[in-house]
Write a protein that binds this ligand. Sequence first.
Ligand code: CTP
Length: 410
Amino acid sequence: MSKHQQVLLGIGGGIAAYKTPDLVRRLIEQDCEVISVLTNAGSKFVTSHTLAAVSGNRVRDNLWDEEAEQAMGHIELARWADLLLIAPATADLMAKMAQGKASDLLTTLHLACQSPVMVAPAMNQAMWHHPATQRNLTQLREDGVHVVGPEYGSQACGDIGPGRMSEPADIANAVANVLAVTNRLSGVNVLITAGPTREAIDPVRYISNSSSGRQGFALARAARDAGASVTLVSGPVGLETPTGVDRIDVVSSAQMKNAVMSHVSDCDIFFSVAAVSDYRPTVARSTKIKRQTENPEGRFHLELEETDDILKTVASLDRKPFVVGFAAETNNVLEYGREKRKSKGIDAIVINDVSDASIGFDSEENAVTIVHASGEQTLPKQNKLEIARQILSSVASLRNTNTEETAEAD
Ligand code: CTP
């Protein structure tokens, strides 16, 4: 992480707030400058004197503090932050953030802050399990908020379960990881394909697959967050376009190929996440196929032809981007994936096992192995946005190494 990143630390009203002076120290050890923002409830658990002493900065606790506002107004404070960290994030704070409330200084800063936001939830296990909290958590993740913890264990109230705030050292590491990718791809053009394709049989029938597009869309969002200009070529999916991403909708693999080929010359990194149909009907009928007339013996034959391999086509260009493929396998997962990287001539491949329904095509989570020329990296099961962030981080490093090696060879 580069020196002196600026972290705004919002402190909610939970018992875990007593750990925040230690958290401030850990962040300073990571070369961060910290300004603490205490909520009214937070001030019942930790004092502004302690936080000011450990951070070396005045603590902010009131939207209406004229003197503090004159020194640095709250919008300026939101702009100052390279990252807004909220720890502990109580159930109430998470609910307010999910609803976009601006009812006090911290929630106002949350809305005004354009830098990454991270929460470290802490609450009683029943409150954590409550559907309303889980709904808010999903919404925050959906909004791109990073979530660290909570941990499982014994709680101040005597319960045992999930809800303990993560340890300060773990939170500080998570902050360092996020800051390490922020702006890592600024000025970089990223082209992504996502979702399934549909190959028409007749006007109402097609060949397709159950790809949801989630992993490709998560990658688009993570690339945007890392500062890239992102073009997303998407097959038919029911997902919203991440703000700031250019989306091109296509249906068939031929349309997907055309869209990719007309954007690839400007692109620095190509992620081929789409589950492109390998075959299409030789002829797409212009009128609906009728059961009785075409099927006298109870059999129907459909002739298929191979579609173009978009990934391979991009990888064989003279001036090609850094090319990353995806391999969804059901058996011999790693072996097939490694072989696919070589046969397609690509820089890296992200392999996942779609025989496991919990990380399969239409699920929220994923677990993958990234294979490249100089090694392999396994990312354990987690939500697809987190997987996307880690894939991007690895690809950014691999691409830098590649670029340096090419420059040396020149
Ligand atoms: N791919 C592509 N164009 C195709 C088929 C696949 O660009 N016509 C890309 C996918 O986006 C993915 C990679 O190739 O990045 C691997 O796709 P996959 O379906 O796993 O591999 P196939 O080459 O189709 O091999 P197989 O189906 O035999 O496993």
